[in-house]
Structure formats: C-alpha cells, structure tokens
Design a protein around this ligand. Structure first.
Ligand code: ATP
Length: 148
C-alpha cells in the first residue's frame, strides 16, 4: 500500500508543539529547505533557523523551527527544535523589539561588551519570528507552495 501521510512531531525541550498527520512538510535544514512528501528516503539533518511549514489537506500551517535536528522517515518526520512556535503564538511586538535590540548591539562595533555571536543569533531568531508571525491566520490553498 502506498504511504499517503506523514506523522509529524515537533518538540522542544519544554513542550510538544505539533503532533499531526500531514501530507507534506517543508523543513528548514541547515543547508536549505527540504521538501518532504510521504515515502521520502530516510535522512537526518540539522535544523537552521527558519520556517517549518506543513500541509494538511488543502491548508498550509507555519511555525518557527530554531536550531536542532530533524529525522525524516518514509511515514514520519520528527523535529527536535531548540525553540519552536506556531505562527499564532508569536508576539510580533516582542520579536520586533528583540530584533531592534540585537541590531543596536551589532552596530556597536568597537564595544568589547557586545557578544557578537549571541547578538547575531538573537537577530536571526527575531527575524524568523517576524516572518512566521506574518503567516498567522493565512491559509494557503493546495497548489500554492509557501513562500520562503
Ligand atoms: P527575547 O529577547 O524577546 O526573550 P529571545 O530570542 O531571546 O527573545 P528565546 O530565548 O529564543 O527568546 O525564547 C525564550 C522563550 O520565549 C521560548 O520559549 C520562546 O519560544 C519564547 N519566545 C521568544 N520570543 C517570542 C515571541 N516573539 N513570541 C512568542 N514566544 C516567544
């Protein structure tokens, strides 16, 4: 029998963010986005900081997936993310403030107090959150791939 769905689980150290039977997943791998349909070849990948999207029927859903690992099997995708938030959960104002704070820190080029890598990671998280928050409430119909 052909495999027609994927058991998607997205978990963080704190909670289970998604547990759904879905038809398609796009995973933000550290080398770029990976499209997964039922029956995909098994693989493991590190996650970058990006948008994870999945399709259930004709509707796409979006969340942040910020660092971690994903395992892809023919009928299962398991994502262990350091942080993950559904689009609807994201506080846009908070993310915009975090981005502004990080940009301000990154602008202080001569300041030895600034932890450059930490500020860059914070900016990256905030920018992904802003991008994913914009998807809240948007249901795309089948045939339209999510814009990444
Ligand atoms: P901030 O400076 O606003 O705390 P941050 O990137 O440092 O942002 P994290 O350490 O990544 O925050 O996250 C801490 C917790 O807060 C995590 O559980 C994360 O999911 C949640 N979180 C962070 N920013 C947001 C946001 N804008 N909306 C909703 N939840 C958020």
């Amino acid at each position: 029998m052909p495999i027609e769905s994927i058991a998607l689980q997205v978990v963080t150290p704190d909670r289970r963010v998604v547990e759904e039977s879905v038809e398609e997943v796009q995973v933000p791998g550290d080398q770029g986005y990976l499209g997964v349909l039922p029956g995909h070849a098994p693989l493991m990948t590190e996650l970058g900081a990006g948008m994870l999207s999945y399709r259930k029927g004709a509707t796409w859903y979006y969340l942040t997936a910020l660092r971690g690992f994903a395992e892809v099997l023919a009928d299962r995708v398991t994502v262990l993310a350091e942080r993950a938030e559904r689009a609807e959960e994201i506080d846009l104002g908070r993310a915009e403030k975090a981005a502004a704070r990080a940009r301000e820190r990154l602008g202080r080029l001569q300041d030895p107090e600034v932890d450059w890598a930490r500020a860059q990671a914070a900016l990256e998280r905030a920018m992904v959150r802003v991008q994913v928050a914009a998807k809240a409430g948007s249901a795309l119909t089948e045939g339209h791939r999510p814009e990444i």
